[in-house]
Design a protein around this ligand. Structure first.
Ligand code: NAD
Length: 293
């Protein structure tokens, strides 16, 4: 099976390497030539988006957001123009589920089936091949590509029709953002009330309030280490998509809207490239105290 992957950024590059390790015949494309060269050295073929569309049985994308995915697939000279009926498209980017459905509507007319298959796990899990895939699409298409996605991830779950993958990803991103904000709010309370946040963390992490987010982010907050990880600006993108998707189905998101304003404040303050654990900086600023040492 000939596979084409467009988008070799933080995530796409290690995912492409795992496809090569699993033995797939892989062609790659990115605006960044250095990333393409690195994959060619690892065994992939460099190709234009047009060649990927013409020659590959399945096209994968790992791009920033809906506008980039739409431009690459459906824009002028877009990949979809060159894809054959009976070929497949899998978008692994985290985009709006509304956009996923719009793209699928166009592809379906051309006889191309699609999965939306965003991931959770970040760069370390992309490197290890242990990402969690949340997938939308037809069951038979999911079954066909489950082994390929398993070359990049340790969990691959079909969540519903096209769009369901990105809706699930948005639910994940809402929970993570609100969880970081809750942890930051609570740790500032402890600090200002004279209790060491490190001891609060030790005392509560094994109880009901404990979480993967708490374990990953509190040590970063206490160390003032905001090296990404997952950037504030990417989380703004995801919460924008969550608010748009929520409002389109009449689902209110008051807490998401509140945390979005914290992220926007941080972005305006020059912290857009910080890890999203820097939500703690917002609390430190409005609370007038440092959470960490
Ligand atoms: P990134 O910005 O590092 O990579 C995006 C890549 O797309 C870049 O290499 C860019 O050159 C390329 N690109 C953009 N337009 C292109 C075009 N027209 N043709 C070819 N290449 C093009 O982003 P990333 O961190 O790899 O994230 C990709 C997606 O995965 C995003 O939707 C993100 O939200 C999601 N995601 C990221 C993480 C993470 O921790 N970084 C975790 C889970 C999901």
């Amino acid at each position: 099976m000939k596979v084409g992957l467009i988008g070799l950024g933080i995530m796409g590059k290690p995912m492409a390497k795992n496809l090569l390790k699993a033995g797939y015949d892989l062609s790659v494309s990115d605006l960044n030539k250095a990333a393409v060269d690195e994959l060619v050295a690892a065994g992939a073929k460099a190709a234009s988006n047009e060649d990927i569309g013409k020659n590959c049985d399945v096209v994968l994308t790992m791009l920033p957001n809906s506008p980039q995915v739409k431009a690459v697939m459906l824009g002028e000279g877009g990949v979809a123009n060159y894809m054959k009926s009976g070929s497949y498209y899998i978008d692994m980017s985290s985009i709006s589920p509304i956009a996923s459905k719009e793209i699928y509507a166009v592809l379906k007319e051309k006889g191309i089936e699609m999965l939306d298959a965003p991931v959770s796990g970040g760069e370390p899990k992309a490197i290890d091949g242990t990402l969690a895939f949340m997938v939308g699409g037809k069951k038979e298409v999911f079954d066909k590509f489950q082994p390929m996605l398993s070359a990049m991830g340790s969990s691959v779950v079909l969540c519903g029709d096209v769009g369901a993958g990105n809706t699930t990803k948005l639910a994940n991103q809402v929970i993570v953002a609100l969880n970081i904000a809750a942890v930051s709010e609570a740790m500032l309370l402890a600090k200002k009330a004279g209790v060491d946040p490190q001891l609060v963390f030790e005392a509560i992490k094994g109880g009901l309030a404990g979480s993967t987010v708490m374990n990953a982010k509190v040590p970063m907050i206490l160390d003032h280490n905001y090296k990404p990880g997952f950037k504030i600006d990417l989380h703004i993108k995801d919460l924008n998509n969550a608010l748009e998707a929520g409002h389109s189905v009449g689902s209110p998101l008051p807490l998401t809207a509140a945390v979005m304003e914290m992220l926007q404040t941080l972005h305006a303050d020059g912290c857009g490239q910080d890890d999203h654990s820097a939500i703690a900086k917002y609390y430190e600023k409005v609370g007038g105290a440092q959470i960490g040492k």
